[in-house]
Design a protein around this ligand. Structure first.
Ligand code: KG4
Ligand code: ZN
Length: 336
C-alpha cells in the first residue's frame, strides 16, 4: 500500500509518499515563513494563494523522487483540519480532484493525528498504546492513545499553546516570526537563574496547562531595561526553562496517572533541544520510554499525513467523493 500525503493547513506546503513496506519514499516542503515575516505572522489569504502555486510542482517532485505514478499510488491523504480554512481547502480540493482523476480514495486526515503518529516514521517506532504530548503553535495537549483513531484528551492548555507562548515572547525579545526556534537559540547563551519565571499550574493537581501569563512575566522582566544581548538571552533562558519544566512535570504526572510506559512527543515545540533532554531524563526516572520524531518531522510536514493515510487505508477507511475541510475539529471525536 502506497499513499501520497498533502499538508497545507498553515504556512507550509508539504507533500510526501509513504509505502507500507518500504517506509517513507520521498518528502518535499516549501515554507512560507519568509513571505509572512514582513507581517509578523501568517496572513491567511497569502497562505492560500501560495499553496495554490506550490502544490502541483511539489506533488510532481515528490512522485518523481519516489519513482511513483498514479498506478503505484493507492490513495491520496490530505490534512482536512484543524487549520486555516482557505489553506485547508486548497489541499482538500487538490487531493479530492486527484483522487477522482486517478480513481483512488482521498482521505481527510486530522492534522494533530498526523503529528502524534510522526514518531512512527522513525527506525524504532513506538507500539500502541502510548501517551502523547502534542506541543505545537496552536495546541498543547496530553493525549491517551489507545490505538489508531482512539484519542482521549487527558490535559490541555486553558489559554495559549506552548508554541504560541514561545512566539509571543520571542516577539517581545525582538526576534522575527515565528520565534520559537530563534528564542531557543538565544536561550543557549543565557544564564540559568538570572530570571525565574512562574511555572504555571504546577502548584495544583491535574494535567492542564496555562501559558498566557508567561509572556506577561517576560514583559515585566524586560520593562525599563535596555534590551542588551545578555539580558535578552537570560530572559529567553528563564522563559524556556519555565515552559520545559512545566511540560516535563505534567508528562511525569500523566505517565503515573495513566500507567503508560511510552511517551510520544509531537508538534513544533518538540524540536526544542532542552525539552527533549529534560523529557528523556524525566521519563527514564519513571521507568518509561520516550519517542521523538526527527526534528524536521516535529514541525508541519507531508510525511506524517501520508503515514496516517496509509494506516487508515490499511484499517479499511475508504472515503468516497466527499471533500472535507474544517477550521476547528476536536481530536477526541475522530474515531477510526
Ligand atoms: O507543529 P507546528 O509546525 O505548527 C502547528 O501545527 O502549529 O509548530 C510550530 C510551533 C511554532 O510556535 C514554533 O515557534 C514552535 O513550534 N517551534 C519551537 C521550536 N521549533 C519550532 N518552539 C521551541 N523551540 C524550538 N526549537
Ligand atoms: Zn502542526
Amino acid at each position: 500500500m502506497r499513499v501520497l500525503g498533502i499538508e497545507s493547513s498553515c504556512d507550509e506546503t508539504a507533500v510526501a509518499v509513504y509505502d507500507e513496506i518500504d517506509g517513507l519514499l520521498s518528502h518535499r516542503l516549501h515554507s512560507q515563513v519568509a513571505m509572512h515575516q514582513a507581517y509578523g505572522g501568517v496572513v491567511p489569504e497569502l497562505a492560500s494563494r501560495d499553496h495554490v502555486r506550490r502544490l502541483l510542482p511539489l506533488v510532481r517532485e515528490a512522485l518523481a523522487d519516489a519513482h511513483s505514478d498514479r498506478d503505484s499510488i493507492d490513495g491520496v491523504a490530505y490534512t482536512a483540519g484543524p487549520g486555516l480554512i482557505g489553506a485547508l481547502l486548497v489541499g482538500a480540493g487538490f487531493a479530492t480532484a486527484l483522487g477522482v482523476a486517478w480513481r483512488k480514495p482521498a482521505l481527510g486526515i486530522h492534522h494533530l493525528e498526523g503529528h502524534l503518529l510522526a514518531p512512527l516514521l522513525e527506525p524504532k517506532p513506538p507500539d500502541f498504546p502510548f501517551l502523547a504530548l502534542l506541543v505545537s503553535g496552536g495546541h498543547t495537549q496530553l493525549v491517551d492513545v489507545a490505538a489508531l483513531g482512539s484519542y482521549r484528551i487527558v490535559g490541555e492548555t486553558l489559554d495559549d499553546a506552548a508554541g504560541e507562548a514561545f512566539d509571543k515572547t520571542a516577539k517581545l525579545l525582538g526576534l522575527p516570526y515565528p520565534g520559537g526556534a530563534a528564542l531557543a537559540t538565544l536561550a543557549e547563551h543565557g544564564r540559568s537563574g538570572q530570571f525565574v519565571f512562574p511555572k504555571p499550574m504546577l502548584d495544583r493537581p491535574g494535567l492542564d496547562f496555562s501559558f498566557s501569563g508567561l509572556k506577561t512575566a517576560a514583559l515585566v522582566a524586560l520593562r525599563g531595561r535596555e534590551l542588551l544581548g545578555t539580558i535578552r538571552a537570560d530572559v529567553a533562558r528563564g522563559f524556556e526553562e519555565a515552559v520545559v519544566e512545566t511540560l516535563a512535570e505534567k508528562c511525569r504526572r500523566a505517565l503515573v496517572q495513566t500507567g503508560h510506559k511510552r511517551l510520544v512527543i509531537a508538534g513544533g515545540v518538540g524540536a526544542n533541544r532542552r525539552l527533549r533532554e529534560r523529557l528523556a531524563s524525566v521519563v527514564m526516572a519513571v521507568g518509561a520510554e520516550v519517542y521523538f520524531p526527527r526534528t524536521e518531522f516535529c514541525t508541519d510536514n507531508g510525511a506524517m499525513i501520508a503515514l496516517a493515510g496509509c494506516l487508515r487505508l490499511k484499517a479499511g477507511q475508504l472515503h468516497g467523493l466527499g471533500m472535507s475541510a474544517r477550521a476547528n475539529w476536536e481530536l477526541g471525536s475522530i474515531g477510526v
